[in-house]
Structures are given as C-alpha cells and as structure tokens.
Design a protein around this ligand. Structure first.
Ligand code: ADQ
Length: 489
C-alpha cells in the first residue's frame, strides 16, 4: 500500500453505482432524511481493510431545484455519498428504458416482450443516447471528486459507458468495472445495435470482473468475434494494450447473519415460526418479483409435487416472499397478476378450511425477520431462469445451523458454480425435474443433508463479500502497476 512519511496511507476508493446505498425522503425545502440500505455492497466495502471508500450515484429521487440539491448533497456527504442528479426524462429513457427494458432482459436471455419489440426497436437509438448522456453525467461527478492515486470501481450494466468517459478525462485513472448480472453468450450480445460501442467502452477499463468464469469467457468471445480483437488467458488485447478480464465471485457477510441469529428477538421469532408450522415441512422462496427469478415456474413445480404426492399435501407449506420491484413497468405488473392467479388456483385446489399450501407475500421483510425465516426453513427453492450469482442461496445456507436444510438451486444461477456440490441442481424450466427434486429434498436422509450442508456452509463462510471486494480492489491496483511497469521497460 502507499505510504506517506512512513505511515501507510489508506487507499481512496470511489465506488460508482447507479443507485447510492441510501433512500432519501424530502422533509422540507432544504431538509432530507436519509436511511442507509445495508445491501451486500455496503457491508462488503465496510469490511475491506485500509480502504477509504466514497460512493457516487443517483439517490433515486428527482430534485429539480437548486436549494433541494444543495441540501441533499450536504446531507449525503455525512454518509460518504456524492449524488448524481438525473432529471425525470433521462431516468425514463436511461434507467427504465435502456437499462431495464433492453440490457436487463437481454443479459438474462429473456429477449424483449413480444408486443414491445417493434416499439423498443424504434426507440432504441434515443434510449441509447440517453444512456450515454447519463453515463457522462456520472463521469462528470467522478472527475470532479477524483484525486490522483484514487481507484475508481464502476458497477453493473447501468454504467458500461463509464470507463471510456473516465479514461477520456484522464488516461492515468485506475478504472475497474464489475458486472453483477450474467454476461450472455456472444450470439446474444451480437443482437444489440450498440454492441461494439458498449464493448469498446468497457474495454477502456483496466480490470473487468464477472461473477463466474463462464461470463468472463462470454465477454472475451464477444470482443474477439464482434470487435476482432485478440483474447488471451489474461483478458483482451487491443493494439498492445491489455484489459484484464477475470472472475470475482461475490459472497455475503456471513457473520452478520450468525450474529443476528443470536439476538433474543430473532430467537423468539424463530420459536414462533416453529410453533406456527409445527408438523409441516417449511419450503421457502425469497426473491425480488422479477422475470429472471422463475417464480411462476417454481410454483407450478410445487403444484406438480402436491398433485403427485397426496400424502404430503397437509405436511408441507411453501412460503414465497416476493418484493415488488420496477412496479411502474407493465411487464412486472403482468408478472404479479400471473403469480397471484397461480397461487390462488393452487390454494383453492389443495387448501383446507384451516390451512393453505402456499403463503405468498408481496413485500420485503426486514433483516431479522428474514434471518428467522431462513433458520426455520427445511428446503429453500431458488429457481432463477438466469441470475448473476443469487445471494439468497448464500443467506439461507449461512442461517442453517443445526437444521441442515436442503437447497434446491437453478443451474442457471451463478451460485450453482460454487454451491453445486451441496445443492440439488435443477433446470427451472423442467417442472417435472423440480417437482422430483422437491420430493427428494423432503425425504433426504439426515446423513446426506449433513454432508451437503457442510460443503455449502464451508464455502459461504470462507468466500465472503469482504474477500470479494478486497480481491477486486487489490487486483485493480496491481493491474495498473503492471501496466505502468510495461511502459517503463
Ligand atoms: P438481485 O437480483 O437483487 O441482485 P440477489 O443476489 O438474490 O438478487 O440479492 C437479493 C438481496 O435482496 C438479498 O440480499 C436478499 O436477502 C434481499 N431480498 C430479496 N427478496 C427479499 C425480500 N422479500 N425481503 C427482504 N429482502 C429480500 C443482483 C443480481 C444477482 C447478484 C447480486 C449481487 O441479479 O444475481 O447475486 O446482484 O451481485
């Protein structure tokens, strides 16, 4: 690490993500109340030693007036956050449009919704222009706060254009970019009209990271096939300049979950739930209500299981907790009603006067309630159609102490690469297979459960979010040092 006057100096890190890790509510003309959201990224970075991190991003609210902007900037500064102000029109085109309507489904192999396909094709260029404009606005703020020696870490598909903007300001800036979603096969990426521009701007970074080796390989193939560049074991080379490309699988702060389970309030909640579901096995799904999570497929598989196993009907319950997201997008509204309809039908079919087989909640749970639920679960069902990693699977494992519950996990989640030996892997599109896995999980011998759980638990507790962030940041530092060495030689 760098030293000043013999004392090690903390590495300054600028973390740039679309959303700041806070929710901001305006209380008056010049007053705001802020609440930090303790997401994975926040706790990951808190745990990194010798790093002094600041966040740059959008606060999730539109603030058209200068008084409000100044007050919010001041309030955020105390939380080590720096806002990027985006107006409603740009949010509509950049965030709802290009990011969530185009890149998100494409990167998860879902394609565009049929009825929107032509409209999206027509508005594609204006949305991409807004995307670039928004990325430039993020870059302006980074540039304003950048000091020599800082490391800049850009996050996710919202900011693929950012590395290029930053390097145009200052080619010596150390820039890393990490993708939280899958990077799809190059054949999928090829269909994007802006395919080359996006790849080239990501390549301006010094280090490009993905959750799995497969995503990294897809990215390198896209660069070789679409841009005609050279792929090397290290990354992608363009006229003698190397962009390092590597896999950095994220983890969770497992100690935070372990500590929560020791709290008296959480223990009491666990007792209540155990009592409430006594005599029944508890199956659990926890997802954002998103197409990629495969919630309807999961519920249909559960129905098939009940259909084929009448003796289990009053001995098992599925708790599906689905936090609504992107609720103003019609496609997500449709998904909500589709899920409600299926749940209603199944409860009507298999419910009794005193019990229903599925409890479906359209809301998020607070951290402690979530820990208690994970702890009482016998079988967790993660059936994502595609998922960058999927942290719910990790959280469930971290909260299973003596219970040693079974994880049924989609082979299309990044987590399948790390928890594959302990989980029952399934193809979520194959409802017959998932139904059979539910039966297998519910009947699994204690020995097998123990063995599988031990494998997963060891992984989750030793590959933490802190390790992930630390590895990325230190590799980003080394990458630049190597590049500088090369030019000096
Ligand atoms: P997400 O798609 O949001 O993240 P995931 O990794 O599972 O998916 O993380 C979700 C987080 O939200 C978890 O911490 C979970 O506890 C919480 N959560 C979900 N539903 C909840 C509910 N009903 N109530 C309370 N909390 C809830 C994206 C990618 C993932 C990738 C992560 C991190 O899509 O693939 O793993 O980023 O890189």
């Amino acid at each position: 690490s760098r030293r000043s006057g013999g004392r090690p100096m903390k590495q300054r890190l600028l973390v740039v993500a679309n959303r700041l890790p806070v929710s901001a509510v305006r209380r008056g003309e010049d007053s705001w109340s802020l609440e930090i959201s303790a997401g994975g990224l926040v706790s990951a970075l808190l745990g990194v030693k010798d790093v002094d991190a600041k966040w740059i991003g959008w606060a999730g609210v539109s603030v058209p007036d200068e008084v409000g902007q100044r007050a919010l900037t001041k309030a955020l500064a105390e939380k080590r956050c720096i806002p990027v102000f985006l107006d409603e029109e740009i949010v509509h085109q950049y965030y709802n449009g290009y990011c969530n309507n185009i890149l998100w489904p494409l990167f998860h192999y879902l394609g565009l919704p049929q009825e929107d396909r032509l409209a999206t094709t027509r508005s594609f260029q204006s949305q991409f222009d807004a995307y670039k404009r928004a990325n430039q606005m993020f870059a302006d703020v980074v540039n304003e706060h950048y000091q020599e020696g800082d490391v800049v870490w850009c996050h996710d598909y919202h900011l693929m254009f950012l590395p290029k903007c930053l390097k145009e300001y200052n080619s010596k800036m150390k820039v890393g970019w990490f993708l939280h979603t899958p990077f799809p096969s190059s054949e999928i990426h090829r269909t994007l009209p802006s395919r080359s521009e996006l790849l080239r701007s990501v390549l301006a970074a010094d280090l490009v990271g993905f959750h799995t080796y497969d995503y990294a390989r897809h990215f390198v193939s896209a660069c070789t096939r679409i841009l005609g560049l050279e792929g090397t074991p290290e990354g992608v080379e363009d006229q003698g300049r190397l962009t390092r490309v590597a896999a950095f699988p994220i983890g969770i702060d497992s100690d935070r979950f372990k500590r929560a389970l020791e709290l008296p309030a959480v223990k009491e909640h666990i007792n209540e739930l155990t009592h409430r579901f006594a005599g029944r096995k508890v199956m659990l799904g926890v997802d954002r209500l998103d197409m990629i999570k495969g919630i309807p497929q999961k519920i249909l598989a559960f129905e098939k299981f009940l259909e084929e196993n009448p003796s289990w009907r009053d001995k098992v319950v599925l708790l599906q907790i689905a936090v609504p997201t992107r609720t103003d997008v019609p496609e997500y509204q449709k998904l909500t009603s589709q899920v409600h309809e299926i749940v209603g039908r199944i409860n009507g079919r298999f419910g009794t006067l005193t019990a229903v087989p599925i409890h479906h909640l359209d809301r998020s749970l607070d951290f402690h309630a979530l820990c208690a639920l994970y702890a009482v679960t016998d079988v967790a069902l993660v059936t994502s159609l595609r998922d960058g990693m999927n942290l719910v699977s990790y959280e469930f494992v971290a909260c299973q102490g003596s219970k040693k519950g079974v994880l049924i996990l989609s082979e299309f989640a990044g987590a399948a690469q790390s928890l594959g030996a302990g989980a029952l892997l399934v193809n979520p599109w194959n409802i017959t297979e998932v139904a059979a896995s539910i039966g297998y999980a519910l009947n699994m011998s204690p020995d097998e459960r123990e063995k599988r759980h031990r494998h997963n638990y060891a992984h989750v507790t030793t590959h933490t979010a802190q390790d992930w962030a630390e590895t990325f940041v230190s590799e980003l530092n080394d990458t630049v040092v190597e590049a500088q060495l090369r030019t000096r030689q």
